[in-house]
Ligand binder design. Structure first.
Ligand SMILES: Cc1cc2nc3c(=O)[nH]c(=O)nc-3n(C[C@H](O)[C@H](O)[C@H](O)COP(=O)(O)OP(=O)(O)OC[C@H]3O[C@@H](n4cnc5c(N)ncnc54)[C@H](O)[C@@H]3O)c2cc1C
Length: 326
């Protein structure tokens, strides 16, 4: 088991430029709150060849990347802003409720005080094969040649198929809220629409280059209603089994699930079904039904019951998220 002291270099970056200069070539990784990163390094879940030599601390950057402000109707959140601050912000609660609710439902109070929005959207997946200590399963996401979730214990895995032969799901709670609210992720190189931000990389989960850092999240003004609903096994602290964000208003509807596919998953069937309709029990239920059409749950093998049950859970959170936008 490694500790942070085992790394050749721990750099307290004082500027974004300095942080970027240390990245690239697979040699370094950035650390924000560390609530995800430190576990992945400590338990050595990756093959030795993928271990970074340097950890670049972003929290020492000045001026700080920790802020929430509204400028010309656009919400701007620095990448190092802690989830608890987003959850408690009256600006976010009033204008972009789904995002405040998603931040509030993430992990536990302690983790929200340390975990940042940038880290939340860049976190690695939680597949137990991928996360096993000492790289016990060198899966396809780490350059191996098989997805153990596809044929193994897969009750929490994708219900909408594989991406690049991997059925691990994206576990972020804030991601679907950012997708439905049409957010833009600003980085040291470019602006990326939230919907285009996630990818099944080795071993990552985003389209970011190795030497690219998220600096800010921008969310345009939104005049309708938005909401976030999460289903997890424990309410005190747990990753989502499935979550759903909805943003409905002005004849438009955007609905996004997460934890059901390797990337956040737009429930377009549900969007088309509810768009322009009055929201009530029956229209929400009908839209939820459309939202899970095309699900391909994994079959059980050995001790695994498979994950057909997650389809019902997804249907339930879509319906609840729509009703919360009434
Ligand atoms: C017990 C437990 C429960 C959890 N429950 C939940 C949950 O319910 N929902 C949920 O969504 N998450 C959950 N998490 C995951 C995690 O705590 C949160 O996602 C948190 O927001 C991660 O933020 P961080 O700043 O700590 O990220 P870090 O651990 O610092 O970083 C995570 C990853 O993002 C990269 N990164 C960080 N910042 C940037 C940046 N600005 N630009 C580019 N890359 C960056 C890092 O290199 C690393 O790969 C849980 C974690 C634990 C340990």
């Amino acid at each position: 088991m490694k500790t942070i002291l085992d790394y050749e270099q721990h750099i307290n970056a004082t500027s974004i430029e300095e942080a970027v200069a240390h990245l690239g070539g697979g040699n370094a990784v950035v650390n924000a709150g560390g609530t995800d990163l430190i576990g992945t390094l400590r338990f050595e879940i990756l093959p030795a060849s993928m271990y970074p030599k340097k950890i670049v601390n972003l929290k020492t950057i000045s001026p700080s990347l920790e802020y929430i402000k509204e400028e010309g109707g656009t919400l701007k959140i620095g990448a190092l802003t802690r989830l608890e601050d987003i959850a408690e912000s009256s600006v976010v609660k009033n204008g972009w409720a789904a995002l405040a609710q998603a931040a509030h439902k993430t992990a536990s109070p302690h983790l929200r005080e340390a975990g940042t929005i940038g880290g939340n959207i860049c976190q690695l997946n939680r597949c137990w094969y991928f996360r096993a200590s000492d790289n016990a399963f060198n899966c396809i996401r780490k350059g191996g040649n098989m997805c153990y979730g596809m044929a193994g214990e897969n009750r929490y895995h994708s219900i909408f198929g594989a991406v690049k032969a991997c059925v691990a799901v994206n576990p972020s709670d804030t991601a679907p809220a950012l997708v439905v609210l049409n957010a833009t992720i600003k980085t040291t190189k470019r602006s990326i629409a939230a919907e285009e931000f996630w990818d099944v990389a080795i071993p990552g989960s985003t389209v970011l280059d190795e030497d690219e850092i998220v600096t800010e999240i921008q969310v345009p003004a939104f005049s309708g209603k938005s909401a976030f609903v999460k289903f997890a096994l424990r309410t005190s602290i747990d990753f989502p089994i499935v979550n759903c964000a909805a943003a409905i208003g002005s004849g438009d509807a955007r609905i996004c699930l997460n934890a059901v596919y390797p990337k956040p998953y737009r429930a377009t069937g549900a969007e088309n079904s509810i768009k322009g309709k009055q929201i009530d029990e029956s229209s929400a239920a009908a839209a939820a039904e459309e939202g899970v059409k095309g699900a391909m749950p994994l079959t059980g093998t050995g001790h695994s019951p498979g994950n057909k049950w997650k389809v019902s859970a997804a249907r339930g959170v879509i319906k609840q998220a729509i009703l919360a936008c009434k």
